[in-house]
Design a binder for this molecule. Sequence first.
Ligand code: C2E
Ligand code: MG
Ligand code: MG
Ligand code: MG
Length: 286
Amino acid sequence: YSAKDAKTGVVMYDPGTLVHQPSRLVLLGDLRRALDRTDELVLHYQPKVALNMDQVCGAEALVRWHHPVRGMVSPAEFIPIAESTGLINRLTVHVLALALRQVRRWLDDGHEIPVAVNLSPRCLLDTSLLDTVRNLLTRYGVPARMLRLEVTETAVMGNPALALATLTGLHELGVRLAIDDYGTGYSSMAYLKRLPVDELKVDRSFVLNMTASDNDAILVRSAIDLGHNLGLTVVAEGVETDQHVEALRHLGCDIAQGYHFARPMPAEDVVEWLRTSGRQTRVAVG
Ligand code: C2E
Ligand code: MG
Ligand code: MG
Ligand code: MG
């Protein structure tokens, strides 16, 4: 099996990946088709809550694939497939466009909700990303500060020089940057200090266990302290319980995100959720 790009006719062969398994290949073909036309790919939004004010300071956009036959396919399943073939770049443009269109709609309705989009490792190596982001911001009339981009340290370390150049360009545009899943990947303090990032997102695996495991609690605390020492806003992911919120407040964590506040939800539900939760949007933090 080989994956053939419909447009270029180029056969991509990468022995380091599993794209050659039929099911992955079928899924890959379906994904390419989904990107070409349909509304099979949608974004759900998960609010981020500023802990000191109990106000919403943004939302993370998470892609969802409603496959016509397979039903809901998790991003954990199809993002790696897209990533292993380069289709991720098209998918990212699609996601960015959907997210910025939504930010514009909310602005038009009087809601300032900055949105964060996830970037895969390959996106940081895409030299056209900067132009793409600039053009999409212009097309949808969205101020750059309303867009946040999340990257992992592992993605940066794949090609630090190129990643740094891409991130610096985005940052100069006014886009805010976050380190995602902090604590899980290859971590280099030297690079963390050099990267033009604004936000550190502590991985949910540590947050989820912080009230049960001393080691995880220590990791969360040191991540918060490190982030603050570097002048970053610190976000905890995977906040599920009252105890998590209490512990994180105690440690001085700035922002929390997780099922305790809300699951990722369709765009149509966000404003209603804001209303019923009694929360306001606030853009000063993060
Ligand atoms: P992530 O960026 O770390 O996103 C957070 C994930 O944690 C989401 O899973 C979210 O639904 C889940 N989550 C949020 N709160 C809680 C909680 O309280 N408890 C638990 N157990 N989980 C929680 P999801 O939506 O399945 O996405 C998984 C991953 O797929 C994301 O991790 C991200 O790395 C990737 N992904 C999602 N959308 C995109 C996208 O548009 N582009 C790219 N490149 N990757 C994406
Ligand atoms: Mg993320
Ligand atoms: Mg994360
Ligand atoms: Mg993650």
